[in-house]
Design a protein around this ligand. Structure first.
Ligand code: G1P
Length: 912
């Protein structure tokens, strides 16, 4: 078996547990382990990976993907077998590794994984020994990763074994990997606990300066029965011996006795969680277990409690069960039943992903080696999309808190604290505005209002973020001083608050006027594509101009809907009325200069403080202004930004570069087209029906590539575009330069469904799934990757915003289970292939604080477009339907159902 012909993973049950044979023959695989207490692990089939709590608190050595096969600092566990020699139960001995390509491999390995645990079963037919290694992070308040090794003698004679855990403890900040690696080892203060090795470095060296350190790092161990190890190897260099390595350590190879014992102390070396357990005569068929506790402790005082709580095989098993239940409870909030049970299981892993993104952000997994914790503004809002479907309880408050990061110039704080609604001033002085940032909050807020009916949310007062950066970071407020705090104030020194609606308005009105020479919104630091970052002066993002345009149109309608809660006017800061020009002196929207002049006037007024004076504006007047702006943008985009190629295909231009040149269309180096440029024009209704058809044809012509699972982000521009972005420095087909980038591809699918093109949308979603679930191509565990590279491999698994969008699209478009101002609308976009053999397809989801199971019955297997809803029953009571209208179930009817149970809604489909 080589890497070239792997057998894929299979699901073992409906809960999503899967198994993969020979996982050790696929590099780059890793699995996440984590809990809400804030410990994050990555683990490979050979137990490589790392364990950490944040950027400055790494229990094991920080790893990038290449380290997964290069580093020997894994969660090693050795057995010295008398008469045979050393054997690594994790497959990490030099001897085992060297058999990989010689055909001399005598080991059979299978991986199993579930929510959220990994089990490796390794059998060595030569020795006749089997090792089962299970790892998980227990659900609960402790920052620990647990590991249990169970040895079983499969031979017909007894084996004399000497077990040794050998887990290196890095015990410091990730920064110290390159910065003072050796010097920081001198900080270690190592103590032998009865059950293991603890280090509590004296200081922590990181960007905060040298601070006294309180955090301790430990590896504790016990036999399955709870007996402590016999002795310890606390220092890496002593354990490996002269000329030895962690994959051929002298202490194991020579079967040396452990030099340290409980109570011993030692300072100033690279630490090893080296634990020697008592040797055993393992009879034929007998088993013996060892439990390891890898811990990050706020104080070493906690050690005894941790050992008591986890340090036995039965305790380990109990915690594993509790942890599985905890994860299943989280995931059961949303599940799917279609004609493809493999897809349903795969979706369970996609459902996990937004939860992982909430925990990890974009950091702490091997591909995400740039992340230092925290999360970006865009991701903050994207992740809430799926939380609204899975954990809607406190999402309103989360949303509300996030709006506190908006600046009065329409930009936002980029340094986001760990507490909800906590934002920090950018003291690193890296002024950058991502021009798309203002558009996402409204999209999420609109979904929130549709799912909950909470229109009053728009009228809640909230603060604004303030720091030295003004005019969307083009200038600095000299009068601002950090001591003033980060809240916008009035001239009299009071903290200013405006409604959420006011925040949203500013986020849309400032970009509307912030245009470049082609009258599209300036690209500024970048848009959704973080790597479109070299068009800061003249670059324009037509793609996101379309997003803002459709938001403005929807906002104009939402403003009018406020009448439903008795409002007929809103109060806004007087300064903001400058941006609502239709109220006073209308600006000529065709004039770039007039727009920029108006914006400058606004910036000047809001540079340091506001007056605090508010002006009441009638909703109809506000709506008219927004609608005028949207109307202008729609017409502009449709007529000015439509491009065609020599073959008569048409699509939308998405960008202008820093030289003011249009990016898309025919080009001497090959046709240039981006998917981003199409998605928002489609989604927002800017593309006419005819244009939608043309865009789909052009995307199929230029971007579709089944070898990478679907639609690429762009065609090959064939040049390093220094006037557009670093993306074009990446090789073509990788990441933001033309990969199948899941996030944008899924948003494209969503846009197609929203335009009534279910079959086309299905092609996108299905294509991504088909590719990902084919292990031979994607080389990944179940789930969505950020992108597919030219080899077909899925990269950056687990932490990607695309998972949120995939779920959102499945729920609200494919199953069509969606809120409409708080009521439940049912409008499926299912195609024939998605129904099971009985013609049924179902979804369990949360709505109106109820758990609902919506089951569509399509006995004639009609395809989308050929069916309509003919009857609906809620728990077998039929619902009255209005002919010709999309069925809507009033929220009150659902809220009135008894709580705490799953309510079934049967929906019957028949010919139109
Ligand atoms: C990542 C970022 C996302 C960004 C995208 C494109 O996508 O998280 O904010 O818009 O790259 O640059 P993700 O990994 O979430 O799919």
């Amino acid at each position: 078996m080589t890497e070239n012909d792997p057998i894929g993973w299979e699901f073992l049950d409906k809960a999503g547990t899967f198994s993969l044979p020979d996982p050790q023959y696929s590099n780059y695989l890793y699995f996440p382990l984590a809990n809400e207490a804030g410990i994050f692990s990555s683990i490979t089939p050979t137990l490589n990976g790392d364990i950490k709590a944040d950027q400055n608190t790494f229990l094991s050595m920080p790893v990038s993907v290449e380290d997964l096969h290069n580093s020997r600092a894994a969660r090693n566990f050795w057995v010295y077998v008398e008469g045979v020699g050393p054997w690594s139960v994790t497959g990490n001995s030099a001897a085992q590794l060297s058999t990989k390509f010689t055909g001399a491999d005598t080991e059979q390995v299978t991986l199993e994984a579930g929510f959220l645990w990994q089990r490796i079963l390794r059998q060595n037919s030569h020795i006749g020994l089997q090792a089962e290694v299970v790892n998980f992070v227990p659900a609960g308040p402790d920052k620990v990763e647990l590991m249990k090794v169970t040895l079983t003698n499969l031979s017909d004679h007894s084996l004399h074994v000497f077990p040794t855990a050998a887990i290196p403890i890095f015990g410091r900040s990730a920064e110290n990997l390159r910065d003072h690696r050796h010097v920081t080892s001198l900080l270690h203060r190592i103590r032998m606990h009865r059950n293991g090795v603890i280090t509590c470095p004296t200081l922590s060296f990181d960007e905060r300066g040298h601070q006294p350190n309180q955090v301790a790092y430990a590896v504790f161990g016990a036999t399955g029965e709870g007996y402590a190890p016999q002795g310890f190897f606390p220092v890496v260099e002593d354990f490996i011996g002269g000329g030895g390595t962690l994959d051929w350590p002298e202490a194991v190879v020579q079967n040396l006795p452990a030099p340290a014992h409980s109570g011993d102390r030692l300072d100033g070396y690279e630490v090893l969680g080296g634990l020697r357990f008592k040797d055993e005569q393992l009879a034929s068929g007998a088993s013996k277990s060892y439990v390891l506790i890898q811990a990050i402790l706020d104080s070493s005082e906690e050690s005894d409690r941790l050992v008591e709580q986890y340090g036995r095989a039965d305790l380990f098993d109990d915690w594993l069960l509790k942890t599985k239940l905890d994860w299943h409870q989280k995931l059961d909030a949303l599940s799917f039943h279609t004609g493809d049970s493999r897809f349903d299981g795969w979706m369970r892993w996609v459902t996990l992903q937004p939860i992982l993104r909430r925990l990890f952000g974009n950091s702490y997994l091997p591909y995400h080696d740039y992340g230092r914790g925290g999360r970006g503004w865009r991701d903050l809002w994207q992740d809430i999309l799926s939380l609204l479907l899975m954990q809607p309880g406190n999402v309103g408050e989360m949303l509300f808190g996030n709006f506190g990061g908006v600046r009065i110039d329409g930009s936002n704080a980029t340094i986001i604290g760990s507490q909800p609604g906590e934002f920090k001033a950018d003291r690193n002085n890296i002024p950058r505005v991502w021009m798309d940032h203002g558009a996402w909050p409204f999209l999420t807020t609109r979904l929130y209002i549709d799912q909950t009916g909470d229109l009053a949310f728009l009228l809640r007062p909230q603060v604004y973020f303030k720091d030295h950066l003004v005019e969307r970071t083009r200038s600095v407020d000299q009068a601002w001083h950090p001591d003033q705090g980060t809240l916008l104030k009035t001239a009299s020194g009071d903290v200013y608050q405006g409604t959420i609606l006011e925040h949203i308005l500013i986020q849309h009105l400032t970009p509307f006027f912030n245009v470049g020479e082609h009258n599209n919104i300036l690209l500024e630091g970048a848009d959704w594509n973080d790597a479109m970052d070299m068009g800061r002066h003249r670059g324009e993002s037509v793609a996101f101009t379309a997003f803002y345009a459709s938001n403005l149109r929807q906002l104009s309608m939402l403003v009018l809907a406020l009448k439903q809660i008795g409002a007929w006017q809103v109060e806004l800061a007087e300064e903001i009325t400058i941006l609502i020009d239709r109220l006073g002196q209308p600006v000529n929207y065709d004039s770039v200069t007039d727009k920029q002049t108006l914006l400058k006037r606004y910036y000047t007024r809001v540079n340091h403080t506001l007056t605090g004076k508010k002006i009441a504006i009638r909703l109809v007047d506000l709506a008219a202004d927004l609608s005028a702006k949207a109307g202008w943008l729609f017409a502009h985009l449709r007529s000015h930004e439509w491009v065609t190629d020599g073959e008569g295909n048409g699509w939308f231009n998405g960008y202008y570069d820093d030289d003011g040149q249009r990016v898309e269309g025919d080009h001497p180096l090959g046709v240039r087209m981006t998917l981003t440029g199409q998605v928002f024009a489609l989604m927002g209704g800017i593309a006419s029906d005819d244009q939608v058809g043309q865009v789909v044809r052009s995307a199929d012509r230029y971007l579709y590539d089944p070898a990478v699972g679907g639609y690429r982000l762009n065609t090959n521009f064939g040049a390093v575009l220094l006037n557009l972005g670093r993306a074009f420095g990446f090789a073509f087909g990788h990441k933001e330069n033309g990969a199948m980038f899941s996030h944008m591809a899924v948003m494209y699918a969503s846009a197609l469904y929203q335009r009534g093109l279910a079959s086309e949308g299905y092609k996108v979603l299905e294509g991504i799934y088909r590719h990902c679930q084919d292990f031979g191509k994607s080389r990944m565990y179940p789930g969505l990757p950020e992108y597919i590279n030219p080899k077909g491999r899925g990269l950056y698994p687990y932490l990607t915003g695309s998972a949120s969008w995939y779920l959102l699209t499945m729920v609200t478009q494919v199953f069509g289970v969606r809120g409409r101002m708080g009521d439940l609308e049912l409008s499926p976009g299912l195609v024939t292939a998605q129904f099971d053999q009985n013609g049924e397809a179902g979804i369990i989801t949360l709505f109106a604080n109820q758990k609902l199971e919506v089951v569509y019955h399509n006995p004639h297997k009609l395809d989308f477009g050929n069916y309509r809803i003919t009857a609906i029953e809620i728990t077998h009571q039929s619902v009255n339907l209005k002919a010709g209208e999309t069925p809507v179930i009033p929220r009150a009817d659902l809220a009135a159902l008894p709580s705490g149970q799953v309510h079934r809604i049967d929906v019957y489909l028949d010919t139109k």
